[in-house]
Design a protein around this ligand. Sequence first.
Ligand code: SF4
Ligand code: SF4
Ligand code: SF4
Length: 282
Amino acid sequence: LKVKSNDKIDESTRMGVLVDVSGCVGCRNCEYACKVAHNLPAKDNEDFHKREVFDEFRRPSPASLTVVNEFDNPMNPLVPHNAKYQCMHCLEPACASACIVGAFEKKGNGAIVWNSDKCIGCRYCMVACPFQIPTFEFEVALKPNIAKCDFCYSRTEKGLLPACVANCPTEAITYGPRDEILLLAKKRIERYPEKYINYIFGENEVGGTSWIYIAPIEFEKLKFPVLGDKPAPGVTEAIQHGIFSYFIPPLALFGWLGGVMWMQKRKQQVEIQENEKEANHE
Ligand code: SF4
Ligand code: SF4
Ligand code: SF4
C-alpha cells in the first residue's frame, strides 16, 4: 500500500513504536543494529562499555541515524536515565510539507521516507522539522544526502521488525499498530503510576507521531522539545503566514542552493537524453 505525500494514511495500517525510557539501559544495541542495517560504519559502537560517549548530548547524524543519550537520575544516581532519539515519523510531517519537490514520501505504514532522486538539496526539511532530525551531507559533489531514520521501511515491508527493535535486549522499544501501542502506553502508566509521569510524548505533539514515549521524568529533562498539538507548518506555509521571519536569510541561501542543484540535475538529464538519442541513431 502506498500513499502520496498529501494523502491521509489509513489508520488501520499505521504502525508505531513505544519507547519506554524506564526500560532503556543505555546499551546502544539499537544504534549498532541501525548502523549495520543501513551499511554505516559501526566500529565505534563495538565497545558498549565505553560510557564516555554519554558525556555530551548527541543528535542523530548521517553516521548514526539513531542515538542514545544519558541523563542523571537524582533519585538513584547509580541508575541513570537513557533515551533513544530518531525521526519521530510525524502523522503530519513538516519535512514533507516543506519539501518543494516532494522528496519525502509517506508510506502506508506511516514511515516517512526520503527519496534521493528527487532531492535538490534545498534543506527546507531541516529548517521545518520540529525535532531537528534531517541532517545533510554532500559527500559526492552535487549529490545531496539527507540522512534520517527511515523506520527500516525495507525491513518492515517484508514483515520484519525495525532493526533497533529487533535488537533491543529489554522491553524498552515495542513495535506495533500505533493505536495498540498507544493503548499499551496508557496501560503501563495506569498500572505503575509510581514509575511513570502521567504523559505520553507523541500522542498529540505536532498532530501526533508514530514513535511515542513514556518516561519516569519530565520530557524537558530529556531534552525533548516543548511543542503544541497543531501540526508544524511547512516552511513555505510559515513564510506565507509571516511567522518564523528569522528563517528567511537561510531559506534564501538554501533556495539558491536548491536552484543550482535543480539546474545541474536538469543539465545532467538533458545530457543523458542526448547521449541516448545519439546512441539510437548509431
Ligand atoms: S521528525 Fe522531522 S524528519 Fe521526522 S517525520 Fe517529523 S518532521 Fe519529518
Ligand atoms: S527504525 Fe530502523 S532506521 Fe529507524 S532508528 Fe530503528 S533501526 Fe534505525
Ligand atoms: S537497545 Fe534498547 S535498552 Fe539498549 S540503548 Fe537501545 S533502546 Fe535502550
